[in-house]
Design a protein around this ligand. Sequence first.
Ligand code: UD1
Ligand code: UDP
Length: 439
Amino acid sequence: MKIAIVLGTRPEIIKMASVIDEIKKRNHELVLIHTGQHYDKEMSENFFIDLNLPTPNYNIHVGSGSHGKQTGLMMEGIEEVLVDEKVDIVLVQGDTNAVLAGALVSSKLHIPVGHVEAGLRSFDESMPEEINRKAADVCSKMYFVPTEESAINLASEDISRKKIFLTGNTIVDACYRNLKIAEKKEITEESLANLNIDKLNNILTLTIHRAENVDDEKRLKSIIEALKKLNSMNIIFPIHPRTKKTLENFGLLKDLENLNHIHIIKPVGYLDFLLLLSKSSLILTDSGGLQEEAITLNVPALTLRYNTERPETVTAGGNILVGSDTKKIVDTANKILEDEKFKEAMKKASNPYGDGSSAFKILDAIESFYKNDLLTIESPDDIMLSFNRKISIIGNDITVKEFENKFNALVKIAYSNKMHFPYDDLNLKDMTVVFDEYN
Ligand code: UD1
Ligand code: UDP
């Protein structure tokens, strides 16, 4: 098979690394397209080095800019590549502008799209990422979801269960593989090495870059007030370029740099960063990936947001949403530090994102679609006549697969006192089932 991957930012490189490895291992041809949205060495190239990834075949060099300009340039560049390369499938990951551009362009060229980390929803449409992930899901042919919650989100949006694959999140692949490597090597980033993290107590790792936090002066100031008050912690803050820029623009950076308990450093490579996370007592973040890494590495997380598209981390007990409210951030952080039982319970939260075999499952699913000729995009002749949507309450023991075979149907979703994703072997007894019955 010939598989294209479109990526452009730090988290996409990290989360696609195991997929790239698996494509290579299975001897498929890979066309790697970097949009160039992240271009600083420490936001892009260093991850190719740390994760031992091949140099992209194409770099579109879009750089920074407004959403429209960035997405438009990406679309133009991706289209040119895809028209030439004739790939069997295009993979995109997550919710950045690359996902929007890659998915839109590919689907219009009738090239199937596989969305890695599909189905996440914050239900906050003011976030650019929410628009990106929803638009990408409209354009996709295969959905690789990290959890059952994400699968249910998609099923509720009328996406066929046959296209949804519960694979876990590739961030777990990345964490498990790379922490072992990180533990055996010296820290690369000098500023981090100088902090001597083996000997530091109470490490709090901080990352913040979300537009709604750092572009809003009031919210940013409120978070900074909390950081000032958390002076019993050693706050290590690898600063995202967007955040550096806005802190400078608001005249807030110098003030922060002068505080002894806050160590502002450049963004660090993945291996250094994993080591830092594993030695942290607490993670304070608005990053998507960090919420997942925290629960994978058993480190309590406080998320500087009022909603999350990763609610599983909150219900599992490993993550608390504290928004940007100074008092809430400080009180919750102190409770974790002072109340050993509370902290231990957070550390024990079970990881909802799988066992580190996501890339393997993703490639298995793609190969099976390819073999069964399910990757084609063509217009059906009889779509208006082909099925009736029905709803029934099921009285007897019958699995989804048995039901579908018996009635020539496709189960969309099943309800008891809650929604269920209709896995093949789900017993539908006493459930209300929405299904399409084919003529
Ligand atoms: C982007 C993604 C966001 C993701 C984040 C990961 C979108 C809409 N946003 O946000 O979902 O969580 O990446 O980090 O796709 N900059 C540099 N050097 C770089 C990259 C950026 O200096 O290498 C600065 C520029 O001033 C730029 C700003 O950071 O204007 C923001 O960068 P941009 O890529 O637009 O958005 P992110 O905040 O990085
Ligand atoms: N990360 C890193 N070095 C840093 C900060 C973050 O390697 O200095 C990694 C982190 O481990 C995670 C990813 O970058 O895997 C998260 O990226 P980011 O927060 O930029 O994006 P998001 O996940 O919010 O989309």
